[in-house]
Design a protein around this ligand. Structure first.
Ligand code: KG4
Ligand code: ZN
Length: 803
């Protein structure tokens, strides 16, 4: 990174938003003494608005101190633990900023920063920092503060507040601080001395001191951008998402229900199109957390593979129920256990207990993938590295771990029951084997599908980011509207087991993927332009979906994009996701021109939109209850077919008779343009139950085809009314359901009959993507419609309202 050689580039910018307050520190890095000289330390009330206040505050602070952006040599940020959203805002902002500034990004424990704040205030001796973990829990860390600095006594963990208080002795000299005291001061009073309230949250100076100590210890180098690539930094969570926690509890119970998938099936599924609820990889292998009903299968494999050190079924089942364990299994296409791995998270370490795979399936990357899943859980549970034992005679396994970056650090004599010695290996948490953070990265879909031949791109060059739901996507567009590159990391694998998108998992995955996705996209655009690289500062603007969607997911994209735009000193553009779906049609037909009618049908929306002009929309009608995609998903779920339901149902429907069952066409003749889908969904589910009760066999293709036909009839009929009402001669589609082949065919016929031009986005641009966001951003750039640094993500916005 060439810019870090700039002689005046020696400032450290550090910030933290894990609490209700924003802490910002600005310091000068002195490489000779490895010290950080504090220039400014700020403390700003944020009250859950850190996303709107953080960047403006940083900007102000730099202006006041007369420091320019390109004088920043390193960014540091709090990794928590703290409020999940607060930590994510901090990290997403820091990642965007460090990426665009091309400087190292260093993660600091929020609790260490609090301890350093106490140290700075002159406190010495035994100290306890307690952060609020919600749900009556706290993140406690003990320190010893001395003139030499702070010494942390253990890793991050989460415990019930009263349990932490109970195990402290009365009337000790312990100094206690942390934002958990706002709620629990009563519990901890008398167990030590509560520090003054201004020391309960991190201070800018505390962040700088924490960096200084790690620098002195050699744990970090604030000038080494390679070692501290912004992509590597992850939050401290210490907990899985609620959905995963509940899943583990359920899976650990031996229960007569269908524990294989964790989702109760309405009917036994005997179709090969019936995907299990987790999606399989290329080889048909499905990875899922291990469930108690598979413990016997694991024990059998253990006895075959592990000899006298094999675990029995009871041992495996017992381990599954423990909170600090993580177990994953690989199932083959027949649903048999083909491999498994188990780990124990102790004091920030993943102790790998088991990794095994059927010998005939070795060399398919199954062990590696399993380790990736263990590591991902371990990271969420607060682990930073992994350790394991391996037989001294097992050279193959040793080579495998060495290939993952593990190092042999010692020997345990007579470790195994046959008295063979073990080597101890430690290493970084193994990364999941997929492209980005365990997600498959799809590159160049829109850029290749559209008719684009850009070589010499006209300005402006805009990079757009989409993170409103469960895809992390980026795309680059040029001034001619040519898509130069696009990349999507889909999280579907991580949500499918739960039968829908889990917001907390989505937010976590966006944080993990966002640097990789944007980087790949910049590289793709550079390649398209015949350049060796494309830097953030070569762009003319950064754009992002700011609404509507899952707010915790949007926030990651917004914070990252805003900070990247700030770092590159270029305009920042916010885009309405729904407007993006309208613009996706431009990928198929760059010359489409309003006025037109667009049917927007996705997992969250069902509406007919009159596009009078770009940026001028009127909603002619929308659904009163479920969205079309949601209906597909719910019907698929009722049939036990997995998630997302749209593609599965449409594949089944292709083999069925759409006239087999007569399902209601709700509101077909209501005279207005409103839709209602919950009645249809209920009718399908009632039908399934009736058939089951009468003992009749379900004809899944017929059910799927008949359901789909009912949806399509209403959609097409109302679209016709909308065309009549508006007199528009152009009709377009948008949203995930627009990928449905039967719906597309029905519109082809209907539009041909009416002599209306039909445009449909290419299949890849129907579901969420960033190319469509980039196309909106280009228009907004031309109109000079930029967002400020105080922009925020929003769950809901009105498409009709100009922004
Ligand atoms: O636009 P999208 O990716 O996300 C939202 O903004 O909601 O749409 C996802 C939705 C899901 O409900 C999915 O089941 C549906 O689009 N979908 C389909 C098809 N492919 C995706 N619905 C029907 N037929 C399909 N082929
Ligand atoms: Zn969408």
């Amino acid at each position: 990174m060439g810019s870090s050689q700039h002689s005046a580039q020696n400032y450290l910018l550090a910030f933290d938003t894990a609490n209700e307050l924003i802490a910002i520190g600005l310091g000068i890095l002195h490489p000779d003494s490895r010290t950080v000289e504090c220039v400014a330390s700020r403390h700003i009330e944020a009250h859950r608005a850190s996303n709107t206040r953080l960047l403006p505050s940083i900007d102000e602070l730099l202006a006041e101190t007369g420091v320019a952006r390109d004088e920043i040599a390193c960014v540091a940020c709090g990794r928590g633990p703290g409020s999940f959203t607060g930590v994510r805002i901090c990290i997403a902002t820091a990642k965007g900023m460090a990426s665009a500034l091309e400087v190292p990004l260093i993660g600091i424990s929020t609790l260490d920063a609090v301890a350093w704040g106490m140290h700075h205030a002159g406190l010495r001796g035994d100290t306890l920092v307690l952060a609020d973990a919600m749900r009556k829990e706290v993140y406690p860390v003990r320190y010893v503060l001395s003139d030499e600095g702070i010494r942390r006594l253990h890793a991050d963990r989460v415990v019930k507040a009263h349990m932490e208080a109970d195990q402290l002795e009365q009337g000790t000299t312990l100094a206690i601080a942390g934002d958990a005291l706002v709620k629990y001061a009563d519990l901890f009073e008398g167990r030590g001395t509560l520090a003054s309230e201004d020391l309960w949250t991190p201070q800018g100076s505390g962040l700088l001191l924490a960096v200084q100590q790690e620098w002195c210890d050699g744990a970090i180098d604030p000038f080494d951008a390679h070692r501290h690539d912004p992509a590597f930094l992850l939050p401290v969570y210490t907990r899985l998402s609620d959905a995963e926690e509940n899943e583990r509890i359920r899976l650990a119970k031996t229960d007569p229900r269908d524990l294989h998938t964790g989702v109760q099936r309405a009917i036994p599924v005997a179709l090969d199109t019936a995907l299990p609820d987790a999606q399989s990889d290329d080889q048909g292998v499905v990875y899922r957390p291990l469930d108690a009903s598979s413990a016997a299968a694991v024990a059998l494999l253990e006895s075959q593979l592990m000899g006298s050190d094999a675990w029995n079924e009871h041992l495996v089942a017992d381990d599954l129920s423990r909170k600090d364990r993580t177990w994953w299994a690989a199932f083959d296409a027949q649903g048999n256990v083909a491999g498994y791995a188990g780990g124990w998270i102790v004091d920030a370490r993943l102790q790998i207990l088991k990794v095994a795979c059927l010998s005939q399936l070795r060399r398919q990357g199954i062990a590696r993938a399993l380790l990736g899943y263990l590591a991902s859980d371990a990271r969420d549970l607060g682990a930073a590295e992994a350790t394991l034992e391996v037989r001294v005679s097992n050279a193959g396994a040793q080579a495998f771990y060495e290939s993952l970056g593990f190092k042999n650090v010692g020997r345990r004599p007579h470790y195994y029951s046959d008295r063979e010695d073990a080597y101890i290996y430690t290493g970084p948490l193994p990364l999941a084997s997929h492209d980005v953070a365990g997600m498959e990265l799809l590159v160049g879909q829109a850029a290749d599908e559209g008719d684009f031949h850009a070589v010499a791109a006209d300005p402006p060059l805009i990079l757009a980011i989409e993170s409103s739901c469960d895809e992390t996507a980026a795309a680059v567009v040029d001034g001619g509207g040519n898509l130069l590159a696009d990349a999507i990391a889909s999280q579907i694998d991580f949500h499918a087991r739960f039968g829908g998108v889990v917001p907390e998992i989505a937010s976590r995955k966006h944080i993990e993927a966002i640097c990789g996705v944007t980087q790949v996209c910049l590289e793709g655009a550079a390649q398209r332009l015949g350049r060796s690289h494309l830097r953030w500062c070569d762009l003319d603007a950064v754009a992002v979906t700011y609404a509507p969607g899952l707010v915790g997911a949007l926030v990651v994209g917004v914070a990252f994009a805003k900070a990247a735009a700030w770092g590159a000193n270029i305009p920042f553009i916010g885009v309405n996701h729904l407007e993006g779906h309208l613009y996706a049609n431009k990928i198929a037909q760059p010359d489409i021109a309003p006025p037109m009618v667009v049917s927007l049908v996705s997992g969250g929306h069902t509406m007919l939109v009159h596009v009078r002009d770009w940026g001028e929309y009127r909603i002619l009608g929308s659904t009163l209850d479920d969205a079309v995609g949601e209906a597909f998903d719910k019907v698929a779920k009722a049939l036990g077919l997995g998630y997302p339901g749209g593609p599965i149902i449409s594949k089944l429907a292709a083999q069925g008779d759409p006239a087999a069952i007569s399902f209601p066409r709700a509101m077909m003749h209501s005279g207005d343009l409103s839709f209602s889908l919950s009645g249809l969904k209920t009718a399908v589910i009632t039908y399934i139950h009736q058939q089951e009760r009468s003992g009749a066999e379900l004809n899944l293709p017929d059910i799927a085809a008949s359901f789909q036909a009912a949806v399509i009839d209403v959609q097409v009929s109302k679209a016709g009314t909308a065309l009549d009402q508006t007199g528009a001669r152009e009709f377009c589609l948008g949203g995930g359901v627009a990928a449905n082949p039967a719906l597309r065919a029905a519109y082809e016929q209907a539009c041909a009959r009416r002599g209306v031009r039909l445009t449909m986005p290419p299949l890849s641009a129907c579901t969420d993507n960033a190319s469509m966001i980039a196309l909106v951003a280009l228009d907004r750039y031309r109109k000079g419609r930029f967002f400020g640094l105080d922009a925020d993500a929003m769950a809901h916005v009105d498409l009709e309202q100009p922004y």
